[in-house]
Ligand binder design. Structure first.
Ligand code: XMP
Length: 507
């Protein structure tokens, strides 16, 4: 597979570059600047990311660019400034503002990188340094209203660089520029497609696993479901899926999702472990303790079920690319969504080898692959749902009674969203049961019951989020419906906090 290497120098936009490259149907991998892998024949070009450092900082990234001059290179921002610096040019602190919008004011029309981009095109810059002087064999290919050396090419090399960010949405012709680099300069065939991914992955899995048995924990989410579909295609009944009812799922979710899985031809065992989870959670109020108890119980249940499958050799996981990047990023593993994942691994004595068919995919690619391989639309379009489920939406301790109340509230909200055509417009929605009682009146009677909070957010990847501006009329109907139908709830609030500073879940 033709591969583009993206050298990560710590920029906040590195993953975005990779996603934009993948959108152009070109396969790429991110590697930290201080651990560049050996390039195989398949590597056809390199992109140098930006960085929060100045090239003049002592601790700044200083990768060995041994491939420069041998392979096409595109330097972005820090990447552009770094090549200038090591080749004898001058990079200085910028005196003019070079953050935000800039307009391309001149273009070398003969440059293949700039093909199809016109003067006047808006680009997005974000740098404190600027290139003051280019080395002798560096030629300007574009300038902006503020920056003369906005883009350059090194003579007699396929080395290009720009001091703006083509990957961000505000660089209007950014995708054209990236396409020019990938297709016209690197010669990429743009054959990284979901169809191709499915065919090659299924073939590779068949070859790797042969007649071995594999066990996989299904969660009802998109990643584990797509991983299971690929493995099912490759090894059929040798794939043993386990779907655990932890008593913390949405109303009727266990039954409906289990049926769906069976309908898809998966060899799946449903395990009712509700009581074990409720027992493990009894009296626990601290969110982290709750998460730990759930994680441990999950492993116990999974281990017990897996040990019933004789001769199983592999554990399949739905790990996706952002998890892989996180664990080897320049900044080190950071506390993000993925650190929440509960299935920390199985006990060593099981000695299972790990297979991760989705390791190279971003979330949106997983969805596309799911579509190609025939995952049902209702499973594909599901909102993310946390592994510890309703336990982290029931603030304080968890009881069966509280789970029942929250399941009813959640179901009215989610069904309402679906009925009004709003479900696919929000990224994630759910309800929280607060450890707070408040006074109300119902008929002639005074009540003293629970408060619930509804939460619906817009997001791309869960890292940042804004609250969804759901119509007032809709919220009013849902609130009425909850209070009239769910015994034990007499007040409904709507969460209007964004992330940051709040988080999506309340615990
Ligand atoms: P936060 O609350 O961190 O949530 O803003 C971001 C995304 O992660 C999900 N989330 C979890 N997922 N186990 C999970 O598997 C967890 O403990 C967990 N906590 C939060 C959350 O639902 C949202 O999609």
């Amino acid at each position: 597979m033709q591969t583009i290497i993206i050298l990560d120098q710590g920029s906040q936009y590195t993953q975005l570059i990779a996603r934009k490259v993948r959108e152009l149907n070109v396969y790429c991998e991110i590697h930290p600047f201080n651990n560049i892998p050996k390039f195989g024949e398949d590597v056809v070009g390199v992109i140098l990311s930006g960085s929060p450092f100045s090239v003049n900082d002592i601790n700044s990234p200083q990768p060995d660019l041994w491939f420069k001059g041998k392979l096409p290179v595109l330097g972005i921002c820090y990447g552009a400034q770094y090549m200038v610096k090591i080749c004898g040019g001058k990079v200085e602190r910028s005196t003019k503002r070079e953050y935000g919008r800039a307009i391309i004011s001149s273009i070398d029309q003969t440059s293949p990188l700039m093909k199809g981009i016109d003067v006047g095109s808006q680009v997005w810059a974000s740098h404190g340094d600027t290139i003051e002087k280019l080395p002798a064999d560096f030629n300007i290919i574009c300038s902006t209203d503020n920056v003369i050396n906005a883009g350059y090419k090194i003579a007699n090399e396929d080395t290009y660089a720009i001091q703006f960010h083509p990957e961000v949405h505000h660089s209007i012709d950014g995708q054209i520029l990236l396409r020019n680099f990938l297709v016209d300069i690197c010669g990429c065939r743009q054959d990284w497609t979901s169809d191709n991914f499915v065919t090659t992955t299924v073939n590779n899995l068949t070859e790797l696993l042969r007649n071995d048995k594999v066990v996989l924990g299904l969660s009802g989410g998109v990643d584990s479901s797509v991983a299971a579909m690929l493995l099912n295609e490759a090894i059929g009944k040798n794939l043993n899926c386990i779907f655990v009812d932890n008593g913390l799922l949405r109303k009727d979710e266990f039954e409906t999702v289990l049926e769906s899985y069976k309908g898809m031809g998966l060899n799946v065992t449903g395990v009712d472990a509700k009581q074990m989870f409720y027992d493990a959670l009894k009296g626990l109020k601290d969110p982290e303790q709750k998460r730990k108890a759930i994680g441990k119980t999950f492993i116990d249940v999974f281990d017990k079920e897996a040990s019933k499958i004789s001769g199983v050799k592999w554990l399949a996981q739905g790990t996706i690319y952002p998890d892989v990047i996180e664990s080897c990023s320049v900044k080190g593993p950071s506390a993000t969504i993925k650190s929440h994942h509960n299935v920390g691994g199985l006990p060593d004595y099981m000695k299972l080898k790990i297979v991760e068919p989705l390791r190279s995919l971003f979330k949106d690619e997983v969805r596309r692959v799911g579509k190609v391989i025939g995952l049902k639309e209702d499973l594909l379009a599901r909102h993310p749902f946390p592994g510890p489920g309703l336990a982290i939406r029931i603030l304080s301790d968890v009881t069966e009674e509280k789970v029942r109340i929250l399941q009813k509230v959640d179901s009215i909200f989610i069904e309402g969203l679906k009925k009004e055509g709003l479900y696919n417009k929000v990224w994630q929605a759910g309800a929280m049961l607060l450890p707070v009682q408040s006074v109300g009146v119902m008929g002639d009677e005074r009540t003293y019951e629970n408060v619930v909070a509804l939460r619906a957010v817009e997001s791309v990847d869960g890292m940042t989020a804004d609250w969804s501006h759901l119509p007032y009329e809709f919220l009013a109907n849902i609130s009425n419906s909850i209070i009239n139908n769910v015994k034990g709830v007499n007040r409904v609030c709507y969460d209007i906090s964004s992330k940051p500073p709040a988080t999506i879940e309340w615990e």
